[in-house]
Design a protein around this ligand. Structure first.
Ligand code: IMP
Ligand code: MG
Length: 194
């Protein structure tokens, strides 16, 4: 696979102070996760439930790394940023399209930080009687964990830093970078977007 180099993204590149995880490293790890899921869920046709929008890039690569039949559904949430990040106030903007009763559900998230978003959504999913429910998260940020989230499938542990790229945004930008990087401090100034 070919990716543009990290400096090919013009003004986006110049906002990045360091690349933490390269496109190649992401690709390798996502393939491994797909293989693991393919083995564990053989014969079950699991339903992958992704959380928009941050998960889009990960989900698109993960689904193609899975070699058994699967289905996909998505949920969209908004965080009440006025209340402050990490307060766990989450509103569902778009619910699942179908029922998950009796299904083997894999909850797919880009980042788990405090754990509040995942915990809230997992409680909701559990109440809808799936046959099983597991978590597949690409990035675990354990430093600010408030609520423990069981993560059966995990891509990377991240340091206590705000990262962008591979679907992750800062004020809706940088999602299209194929790598994960740190933002220049000047860009982050005075805001803690989630
Ligand atoms: P929570 O704190 O576990 O509830 O995570 C809430 C949301 O914060 C995640 O779904 C991400 O959308 C976002 N988030 C957490 N850390 C980062 C980061 O480093 N970059 C971009 N988004 C993040
Ligand atoms: Mg997210």
């Amino acid at each position: 696979m070919n990716w543009y180099p990290a400096d090919a993204y013009g003004e986006l590149s110049s906002d990045i102070s360091a690349v933490l995880i390269t496109a190649e490293e992401l690709h390798v790890r996502v393939q491994e996760l797909g293989q693991e899921l393919s083995r564990d869920y053989v014969g079950m046709t699991p339903l992958l439930v992704g959380v928009l929008k941050g998960v889009l890039t990960f989900l698109a690569d993960l689904e193609r790394a899975i070699v058994i039949p699967i289905e996909i559904d998505c949920i969209a949430v908004s965080h009440y940023t006025s209340v402050g990040r990490g307060k766990g106030a989450v509103r569902i903007l778009k619910d699942l399209e179908g029922s998950i009763r009796g299904r083997h559900v894999i909850f797919v998230e880009d980042v788990i930080d405090t754990g509040l978003t995942a915990n809230y959504l997992l409680r909701g999913l559990r109440s809808r009687d799936p046959a099983s429910l597991s978590v597949c998260v690409l990035f675990n940020k354990p430093h600010h964990r408030i609520i423990d989230v069981p993560m059966k499938y995990k891509g990377f542990d991240l340091p206590d830093r705000f990262v962008v790229g591979y679907g992750l945004d800062y004020r809706e930008r940088y999602r299209n970078l194929p790598f994960v990087g740190l933002l220049e401090p000047a860009v982050l100034q005075g805001n803690s977007s989630e």
